[in-house]
Design a protein around this ligand. Structure first.
Ligand code: ZN
Ligand code: ZN
Length: 247
């Protein structure tokens, strides 16, 4: 297998938001990395697998500070977090970031994939050596906290269910939701070891009520408000069917 020349792909999606992805990473483990430009500071939502340095690939103006957040602690969202000096995550998972235990990051899932990458991040790379670098959290986030980029503000939404510390970010003025793995336009995972279906149902009910223009999820394509409502309703209908057959 050859070493990849370029690791990250990036694309402007409007509203001063850039999407970065890792095309050589297995589609299961390929998360959306969102870079949000602000007047005084920029905002990084998730950081990918960490197989190659992310910071030099960001479309960043020299000297602009970056607040790096993790929507949750799974390996595909926190791999490059250690590269950024200002790191935030939800309180319910923040204590694990200093050691990044396999049980929390689910890194063994990646090590166990048959073809985790389609090109090597660097010569001699082996999947069995994959680890998530520790990235102690500087600032823990709570539901309702406000992240101020100068000309735009993001509100932290605690969206547990996929994992206990799953969070999203709402740019209310621009109608943009960053929803992490709580909501994306693909198969949602609510049966992982730390998942909780009851919490997920409450999270979905909360997401149902949000008035957004666009949602940028942790995986898959972005969605508008109507599609968001369909995704939420599908999840809730499926869980109701399972919980109460015949209803
Ligand atoms: Zn996840
Ligand atoms: Zn994910």
């Amino acid at each position: 297998m050859v070493v990849a020349e370029q690791w990250y792909e990036q694309r402007e999606v409007g509203d001063g938001v850039v999407l970065l992805t890792e095309p050589h990473v297995h589609s299961w483990a390929r998360c959306n990395i969102w870079y949000v430009r602000g007047r005084d500071r920029d905002f990084l939502v998730d950081s990918g697998s960490g197989l190659r340095p992310l910071a030099p690939a960001l479309p960043r103006i020299a000297g602009q500070p970056v607040i790096a957040v993790a929507t949750h602690i799974h390996f595909d969202h926190v791999g490059a977090l250690h590269e950024f000096p200002l790191r935030c995550a939800h309180r319910a998972e923040a204590m694990h970031y200093a050691s990044m235990p396999d049980r929390e990051t689910l890194a063994p899932v990646f090590r166990g994939l048959e073809n985790p990458v389609t090109a090597l991040p660097h010569a001699g790379w082996r999947p069995q050596d994959y680890r998530v670098e520790p990235a102690p959290i500087d600032s823990t986030l709570e539901d309702g906290a406000l992240i101020d980029l100068g000309d735009r503000q993001l509100t932290v939404l605690h969206l547990p269910g996929h994992s206990p510390g799953s969070i999203g970010f709402l740019d209310e003025r621009n109608g943009i939701l960053f929803s992490g793995d709580a909501l994306y336009d693909g198969e949602l995972l609510d049966e992982l070891e730390r998942s909780d279906i009851e919490s997920y149902v409450r999270t979905m009910e909360r997401l149902r009520s949000l008035d957004i223009r666009i949602g940028h999820g942790g995986h898959c394509a972005s969605f508008d408000r109507a599609r968001k409502d369909v995704l939420v309703d599908e999840y809730l209908a499926g869980r109701r069917r399972q919980g109460c057959p015949g209803s």
